[in-house]
Structures are given as C-alpha cells and as structure tokens.
Design a binder for this molecule. Structure first.
Ligand code: NI
Length: 264
C-alpha cells in the first residue's frame, strides 16, 4: 500500500467520526481551494507493539524520518513527529500516554486492551479496529483521570485529526480570516487558551474545531461521545532558512489536545 492510498482510506473513516470535517472540506473546495494536509495525528499508549515508534515505523517505510520528541507533562503524554522530504506529504504526529504515570487501575485497563491489539507492523494494522469495544462504565470512570486514555480506549489507534495547511489557501490570507468564516458558518472552534494557539513569533499558529459527539459502540450498547476534530495550521518561515517551520509548539498542542474534551 502506498502512502496516498493509506491516507485516502483513512480520510472517510476519520470523516465518520468528525461531522465537521467533510462540510469544511467541501466549503473550501467550493471556493476553489486545493486542500493540503499539514499533519495527520494519531493517539496511542506507550506499550510494545503499539507505541509511537511502532506507528512511526510504518511511515518510515514511506520515506519519513523522525524529528524529535515533545513532552506534555500535565497530560502525561510524549509525542514524536515525522517529516517527509516532499513538503506536500503531511507530517505525522504520534502521541502516547505514559502509562507508568497513571493509576494502577487505568494501567490494568489499558493493558487488557493492548493485549488484544495486533502489533503495528504495517499500514493494514492501522486500518482496523484495534480492540473490542470497551465498557461505557470504564470509559466514564477513566475519563475522570485521563480524557486522552478514555478517548483512545474508545476509538482505538487511528487518525485523531487531519490538518488544513492554511498557507496553501488562496482565498484566506490568515488563520484568523479562516476562523472568522468557520465561526460565521456555525462551526464551533476550540477556544481553550484562545481560538488561535501560537503566534508568528513561534512560527506556528493553530486552531481546531471542537470534536462533536458521535455514536460509538460500547459493551453496553452505542453511546454518544466526543469524536475527532479538524485542525488548521499556518506556518511561518524560519528567518535565514528560506523554509517554513516544520515543528510543533508544545504549549499550543497542549491546548489542541483539549479539542476532544466533553466538558466544554
Ligand atoms: Ni495537530
């Protein structure tokens, strides 16, 4: 499987969990835009076979290289991102929950899920449900400790968000202009820490929709929980390099993670 095929197959699966993504994508195309993906993000746990490195290796097979680790101590997360020499190929951002920093109960819960997961060795392992549906009672119980753990347990390892590269949009000259249009059209954006996270001085501005509730299968039956979100990023040139910043800003990403929160 080629990267483009993988992404083409991942998109409809992601759209099913992100009611805002397709209408926004269609709105941009109707304006004559060609949507370029800045990055695609996955969420997982730091366990053998499904760790950030296991997922990253799939992309290394397509010519990606790992750049650096980013720490999110408050959320007990570690993330790494991969880039491709072809700037039109999306960066890959994989975060993982550091289980040793979580309660023994949460660790035990996640380990029972991971034990069912096929080790990630190739793209096909990222296209199927990672484990059987969890109990909604467990989802609720562990949500209180880690929203990230609950989300990942409910959905398994899969795309958490796609990201529109605002630099490539011709009809919006700023992220703020795009946000204003999205808000005018009734989309709800994540306002944690302000709608725009980051700044030109940090070479990266980001915003995102708030994940809407979608129906998810649980042991007790289907329930509505927060799904995935759509992100928007504008990158700035790093002075003296002639190139756009390729990295991420942890304090901005920290707030973007809250786009799947159900408490807003
Ligand atoms: Ni992102």
């Amino acid at each position: 499987m080629k990267l483009d095929e993988f992404l083409a197959q991942a998109w409809p699966r992601y759209v099913d969990l992100t009611p805002d993504a397709d209408p926004i994508h269609r709105m941009l195309e109707a304006r004559g835009e060609r949507v370029v993906n800045d990055h695609v993000a996955f969420r997982t746990f730091n366990l053998p076979g499904i760790s950030r490195h296991d997922i990253g290796r799939v992309f290394e097979g397509w010519g990606y290289r790992a750049v650096e680790d980013l720490e999110f101590p408050e959320k007990k997360l570690l993330a790494m991102y991969w880039v491709h020499d072809d700037a039109f190929k999306p960066k890959i951002f994989v975060s993982e929950l550091l289980l040793e920093r979580c309660s023994a109960e949460l660790q035990a819960w996640v380990r029972t899920l991971a034990a069912q997961a096929r080790p990630v060795r190739g793209p096909a392992d990222l296209m199927e449900r990672s484990w059987a549906p969890v109990r909604y009672a467990d989802y609720e119980r562990f949500y209180a400790e880690s929203e990230y753990a609950a989300w990942t347990a409910a959905f398994g390892i899969q795309v958490n968000h796609f990201t529109v590269l605002v630099n490539e949009l011709k009809t919006f000259d700023s992220l703020q202009a795009l946000n204003a249009e999205l808000i005018a059209q009734g989309f709800k954006l994540n306002s944690a820490g302000g709608v725009v996270k980051g700044s030109a001085a940090e070479f990266l501005e980001q915003s995102s929709t708030m994940a809407q509730k979608v129906w998810v299968e649980f042991v007790e039956g289907t329930r509505q929980i927060a799904g995935c979100y759509y992100e928007f990023a504008r990158r700035y040139e790093v002075p003296g390099t002639g190139k756009l910043f390729i990295g991420f800003v942890p304090k901005s990403a920290d707030k973007i993670f809250e786009s799947t929160s159900e408490r807003r």
